[in-house]
Design a protein around this ligand. Sequence first.
Ligand code: ADE
Length: 371
Amino acid sequence: MARKSRRNNEENHDRPPFDPAFADLSRLVVSWYRENRRRLPWREEVSPYRTLVSEIMLQQTRVEAVKPFFDRFLSAFPDVRSLADADDERLMKLWEGLGYYSRARNLKKCAREVVDRFGGSIPSSIPDLLSLPGIGAYTAGAVAAFAYGKPVAAVDGNVLRVTARITAEPGDVLSPAVRGKLTAFTSSLVPEDAPGDFGQGLIELGALICLPNRPPKCDVCPVRSLCRARAAGCEGTLPVRGKKPERKLDRRTVLLIRSGTRTLLHKRQARGLLAGLWEFPNYAGGFTEKEALDAVRALGFDPIRLRPLEPARHLFTHIEWQMTGYLVLVAEPDSPPPDGFVMPETDDLLSRYAIPSAFSAFVRALTAPLP
Ligand code: ADE
């Protein structure tokens, strides 16, 4: 498999040295990928826009979870211009359940800049891609290699794991130094004639063979003959990963304030966690029934009946919410909800308002019979 020469490779002018011990690696990865790859929507029909959207969705999210979102998103926003003009509420509703909502907001900002600065065509050069909102080194590499066929590396967590094992890297893959080293290693191997299949091949190896948190399936691995971890018998203990900081525990109380079939929702502030999304009113701390009723009155409602709900838990990257919930029936309000609040009918609430999955257990409680 041809490795692009340094002289005419403007994308890779600082291409790292090539280790001849791995001369066969890209050929093995590419041919294995072509035979064994999963048929995924963004692979069956490839365009820079489809690659960009899928790669943003796939950050921190499993392939199986992304598939239905990807198809729905592409039907709603089939191209960069439609995304640049997207209605924010509709965009957030379509992203509901995928999590990490700033990805959606950045994707729209990115589409806007592509329209304003690049005439609606997603750029192909790494510096131009990196200049766009929400595009980091991995996504830039993925768009350039998978959609434009540029000979560049796209190194995500999967690729770090695979290459840490292939090279028997003893350092912490989360450290910038090791990440840089493995990125350089991957870049040195990108084949000129199949950069996309090589990049996705490494990801696919990580997903199907060189598994995370489980012993790799070395017996069926196409690169087992080159793998240094396997030769040294340390494939089960690599990659080395520094300890992640523990999640901060945050106790909250969530109130489902209902009048007839209408329920109170609040729009979260424009910055920070779950920015701009809709939520049930919620408060720091685990409230007693009396405290919950006081909070309902403080919002200007007249409680009739209260029912405790099943506690719920939600894990964010750095925080764990432990939620106490109450369903509180209130008298028909004689004035509209306070600023920043709405009180939609259940159907409307479910179809129009983007409510993050942190509140899923309480959304389910809404459709349960009234007390
Ligand atoms: N994870 C990140 N990018 C991916 C891709 N293109 N295919 C499958 N899984 C991925």
